[in-house]
Write a protein that binds this ligand. Structure first.
Ligand code: NAP
Length: 297
């Protein structure tokens, strides 16, 4: 695929999305509007972010027509949201987002023993036209295979933590072989500027990032790009769609500026060697979102 700002992957998704985690409702409204005005055409939300009303207002205020924008949101699966509750959840989210449909609906993580029932509900939501595409997030090979073994539809996408310290080696190959669109979150987790505000949890596991920070800085200087742009471009060159969040207008614009440079293979390989298979995004909550409980029978 040719990498360009207008390029879309197999599920019609613009390759760079604007994330809305850790934004208040008011910040979501401001940032989503800024992001759309800066040229983002893909917004990533979730029931769990508690700010969908702000995201909806931001979309409306930007004045971009609906069919130009790709909106993803996620079901928070809770310990045991059932089929009916899953259907109702998206309907409530659509009201908050002030939308008639989302482009992509995901199960946020495989943390419920009712996850197959939830997945059947997502299949129904697609049939009803309330979600154009459906997928999962934080699923590993085993939890994807569980869906296929139950003879249910294949997820169209899987959104996972992906950056040089957490490169999801086997899963990335598996998703490519099975045509499941890979979407990266927390691409900027290796940086010292990631989640620095009180309560955001960026300080956890800081020591394991040191080597990555040195190499990232060196390569970014060589290519004359910022470290954030380098890490986002690394995700794109691995075939992932990437998500990035900022509450600041200048950074929002910077994070979309990924298409006028390329990371040479030699530098890609240096970054690839930094993999420690270590996730950081949920670590401050002491959680591993890929850990699934046994299914309820
Ligand atoms: N499915 C899941 O389980 C899951 C988990 C995590 C995230 N996500 C999604 O993925 C999105 C992105 O992940 P993330 O929130 O971890 O965001 P990220 O884009 O990887 O990092 C955001 C952090 O980096 C800072 N930052 C942003 N742009 C920067 C730049 N150009 N230079 C330096 N620092 C910069 C931000 O600070 P400022 O805001 O102060 O600029 C913020 O602290 C989320 O918003 C969410 O939509 C999904």
């Amino acid at each position: 695929m040719v990498l360009s700002q207008s390029a879309r992957n197999g599920i019609d998704m613009p390759l760079v999305g604007f994330g809305t985690f850790q934004l208040s409702t008011a910040q979501a409204e401001y940032s989503v509007k800024e992001a759309l005005r800066a040229g983002f055409r893909h917004i990533d939300s979730s029931e769990a972010y508690n700010n969908e009303e702000g995201t909806g207002k931001g979309i409306k205020a930007a004045g971009v027509s609906r069919n130009e924008i790709y909106v993803t949101t996620k079901l928070f699966p809770g310990p045991s949201k059932n089929y009916k509750q899953t259907i109702e959840t998206l309907k409530t989210q659509l009201k908050q987002l002030q939308l008639d449909y989302v482009d992509l609906y995901l199960i946020h993580a495989p943390i419920s023993d009712l996850r197959l029932e939830q997945w059947s509900a997502l299949m129904e939501l697609r049939k009803l036209g309330l979600a154009k595409h459906i997928g999962v997030s934080n699923y590993n090979i085993d939890t994807i295979k569980e869906i296929l073994a139950a003879d249910l539809a294949k997820p169209e996408a899987n959104q996972v933590e992906f950056h040089p310290i957490c490169a999801q080696a086997d899963l990335t190959v598996y998703m490519k072989e099975n045509a499941i669109a890979p979407i990266a979150y927390s691409s900027l987790a290796p940086l010292s500027t990631w989640r620095v505000e009180k309560g955001q949890g960026g300080e956890v596991l800081a020591e394991i990032k040191e080597e990555c920070q040195v190499i990232t800085k060196e390569i970014a200087a060589k290519l004359k790009v910022s470290e954030a742009r380098l890490l986002l471009r690394w995700g794109l060159q691995h075939g992932y769609g990437v998500l990035t969040k900022s509450s600041k207008a200048e950074r929002i614009r910077e994070n979309l500026d990924l298409f006028d440079f390329e990371i040479p293979e030699i530098e890609m390989n240096r970054l690839n060697k930094l993999d420690q298979n270590q996730a950081l995004a949920w670590a401050s909550a002491g959680l591993n979102p890929m850990q699934a409980p046994p299914l309820k029978h």
